[in-house]
Design a protein around this ligand. Structure first.
Ligand SMILES: [Zn+2]
Length: 43
């Protein structure tokens, strides 16, 4: 069971090709690969 406070830190991903950021992994709209940056709360 997790406390609600841990729900604030979301995973963040950035595209290798164009620098676009997403909150999910996979492939960017430009076709580039998304790399995992970690949680977004400190950015
Ligand atoms: Zn991209």
């Amino acid at each position: 069971m997790r406390p609600e406070s841990e729900h604030t830190g979301r995973e963040l991903y950035e595209c290798f090709e164009c620098g676009e950021r997403y909150e999910r992994g996979g492939t960017c709209e430009c076709g580039g690969e998304l790399r995992h940056l970690g949680r977004s709360r400190d950015l």
